[in-house]
Design a binder for this molecule. Structure first.
Ligand SMILES: Nc1nc2c(ncn2[C@@H]2O[C@H](COP(=O)(O)OP(=O)(O)OP(=O)(O)O)[C@@H](O)[C@H]2O)c(=O)[nH]1
Ligand SMILES: [Mg+2]
Length: 662
């Protein structure tokens, strides 16, 4: 935990420093009147992303494997006791997020289970504060906290009919059938979801811990499978040494973690190894036994050996509370914690660094382009005027004529720019069309209709498969338009490069591939849940429909984000070129005016040259300041600039491998 805390603290300090470097850059650009509206927006988005940056660790397992105990041992041992309830049998009854939002007092917000009878996923309800019950938590009293946290294991007894209404009764599940009492009542969780807002040092720095209940409740809360677990930065799948890998463990692994062993952020924890500490066996024998189990987990899950961690959460917790170093080593908890540090923070930091630098580099390179153009124009103008020194009136006349001609010719460029904007608007609309709400809504309606017709038959899977196919097709259509837009903008840039000698950075690489991947994951989850169904009962059907609702919510989220990102990308394409056109037009106008004034003898040649020299100096100074600002931001981000490299590439190198979020 010490390691984890230190590494986390460093990460969050780094993130803050990066944010203040952006703020500084923005302030400087603003004061130098170099901040274009689109660049300002992109910097704002980057800042927002840093402020909301979270690191999520999800704990997933069949019930009673020791998830909550492991969380207690890794994160809450400092409280000197168990904070999250952990006991034999089912304990954690609802998905529980532990986080800290400083705009709220320490509290537990809990969504009543009754909301399951209504339309809407947990994330829909997250937007409706009134639906949640709020319980204060007294953080000064460990007893009070313990008491408050018991909420996540609260249950209620309801009739089988009511449980059915919530989609919580599965007659095929033998455990559940046995649990129905003589009066036809069954125990279910009182809450659907809990969010514990708690000022723990790690949570304050943006860590979010997701504790989940065992399979039954999980199997029926699709949000976990589709959103919460896949978006976690680390997923710890917990097994217990006393049970080994059971059939239901495998079911959880397949359905919830959905892993094929190649996902780098999935770890397996083989908990309760203290059960193997047999005093009648030698250490070597015990070690061999642990190793054998670890190998078997690794083989069964198809996970590399190095990603399976044998631990004893319980002994680890006791060791930390009592300060017993020897027991702590034996619990092997520190090895798991070190692996978490290695896996979690550097990977996250790399992503955040690349995303943020892509924005900073881009904005700086656009401003640099504008300043360099200004510099070049001033140098040319100075050259022209110096050449006039000592020349007669006709030389001035000739220059004026040239200036006017060039100014007039440039209007052609302005017209081309207007034409480019029209073409872009048309292509952009074609790219947005497949991402619009209507396009999606139509597919959803069709799919629902077909599912209704397929009612209670496994035929519904065909409808679902086609639904996903259609959604993928929509994203592909948008993708191909995006490629067309990129080509068109490159064409415009090439023409300007040939005709005007401008070197403009090519558009940020952008595609909707990550969204396609997200849809594919959702489809895989759906198939793994319902693919093998041979018989569809009424209760299963309710589950299938509920899961489909979540799929629809997820698709909406994906399409909304895809639309938003595409629009932002499109909006960022022309402003740098337009800025260049504006700059050039302004320059040509000023130049003609100044030659005219010299001709009319309203201004002396020498004083104009003096003015231009001053302006040139000013621009060069700005360029230096810009480089300083940019270098500083890169240094804070920890960019590997090597000694000799130019501070900022004019090509957005950092953006090449990323899906750009502008
Ligand atoms: N011997 C031993 N028992 C453990 C260990 N870790 C947890 N347990 C026990 O296993 C039982 C279940 O632990 P929990 O932490 O409640 O398990 P969980 O995975 O959170 O279970 P649910 O909340 O029901 O999904 C409790 O009785 C714990 O005391 C361990 O390392 N060794
Ligand atoms: Mg638990």
């Amino acid at each position: 935990m010490v390691q984890l805390a230190t590494s986390f603290q460093q990460y969050s300090a780094w993130r803050d420093a990066l944010a203040s470097a952006i703020t500084q850059l923005r302030r400087w650009l603003d004061s130098a009147q170099l901040l274009e509206a689109d660049a300002a927006r992109r910097l704002e988005v980057a800042l927002g992303r840093l402020a909301e940056d979270k690191l999520v660790i999800a704990f997933v397992a069949e019930f009673s494997r020791g998830k909550s105990e492991l969380i207690n041992a890794i994160f809450f041992a400092d409280y000197g006791r168990r904070i999250l309830p952990s006991s034999a049998g089912r304990t954690t009854m609802c998905p529980t997020e532990l986080m800290y939002d400083e705009s709220l007092p320490p509290c537990i917000r809990a969504l009543p289970i009754e909301t399951r009878a209504r339309l809407g996923t947990t994330s829909d309800f997250k937007k409706a504060a009134a639906e949640w019950r709020v319980f204060p938590v007294d953080t000064n009293s460990p007893d009070g906290m313990l008491q408050a946290f018991k909420l996540v294991s609260e249950t209620v007894r309801v009739s089988v009919e009511e449980a059915r209404m919530y989609g919580l009764f599965d007659p095929d599940d033998e455990d559940q059938a046995v649990a129905v009492d003589r009066d036809g009542m069954i125990e279910i969780s009182r809450w659907r979801h809990a969010v514990i807002n708690f000022p723990h040092p790690l949570l304050k720095q943006g860590l979010v811990i997701l504790d989940t209940p065992g399979l039954n409740a999980i199997g029926t809360e699709p949000e976990l499978t589709l959103s919460l677990v896949p978006s976690a930065h680390a997923v710890l799948f917990v097994l217990a040494a006393d049970t080994g890998v059971t059939k239901s463990d495998l079911e959880v692994w397949r359905h919830i973690v959905g892993a094929d062993g190649h996902v780098a952020n999935h770890l397996a924890v083989l908990n309760k190894i203290d059960g193997l500490w047999d005093p009648l066996k030698s250490e070597a024998e015990i070690e061999a036994e642990v190793e054998k189990q670890v190998r078997s987990v690794s083989d069964t899950l198809g996970l590399p050996r190095a990603r399976v961690f044998p631990v004893s959460a319980q002994k680890g917790l006791v060791a930390k509370v009592t300060g017993d170093e020897k027991l702590l080593r034996a619990s092997r908890l520190p090895t798991l914690e070190a692996a978490l540090v290695d896996m979690l923070v550097p990977a996250k930091q790399t992503i955040v660094r690349e995303q943020t630098l892509a924005v900073i580099d881009r904005v700086c390179s656009e401003v640099r382009q504008a300043l360099t153009t200004r510099e070049r124009n001033l140098i040319e103008q100075l050259y022209e005027l110096r050449a006039l020194q000592g020349k007669n009136q006709s030389a001035i006349e000739r220059l004026l004529l040239r200036a006017h001609n060039e100014q007039r010719d440039f209007e052609e460029v302005v017209r081309k720019m207007v034409a480019a904007r029209v073409v872009l608007a048309r292509l952009a609309n074609e790219a947005y069309a497949p991402l619009r709400r209507d396009a999606l809504r139509e597919r959803v309606l069709q799919a629902r209709e077909r599912m209704r017709k397929a009612r209670l038959t496994p035929q519904f899977l065909v409808a679902v498969r086609e639904y996903f196919q259609q959604l993928r097709e929509l994203l592909r259509q948008a993708n191909s338009k995006i490629a067309e837009i990129e080509k068109m903008v490159l064409g415009v840039q090439r023409r300007f490069a040939e005709e005007q000698g401008w070197s403009l950075s090519p558009p940020m690489p952008f595609s909707l591939d990550t969204y396609l991947a997200e849809l594919e994951r959702a489809e895989a989850a759906y198939r793994s849940h319902f693919g093998p169904l041979a018989v569809v009962t009424r209760d299963k059907w309710a589950l299938i429909e509920r899961f489909f609702d979540t799929v629809v919510a997820k698709s909406r989220e994906v399409f909304l984000a895809a639309e938003r990102d595409t629009e932002a990308w499109v909006r960022s394409l022309l402003p740098p070129i337009e800025a260049q056109v504006r700059e050039q037009r302004q320059h040509l106008k000023k130049r003609a005016e100044s030659v005219a004034r010299i001709r009319e003898a309203q201004e002396s040649l020498d004083s104009r040259i003096g003015e231009l020299e001053e302006a040139l100096q000013h621009v060069q100074q700005r360029l230096q300041e810009l480089n300083r600002c940019a270098l500083q931001a890169r240094a804070i981000a920890g960019a590997d600039d090597g000694g000799q490299r130019t501070p900022l590439p004019s090509e957005p190198e950092a953006g090449k491998r990323l899906r750009v979020q502008i």
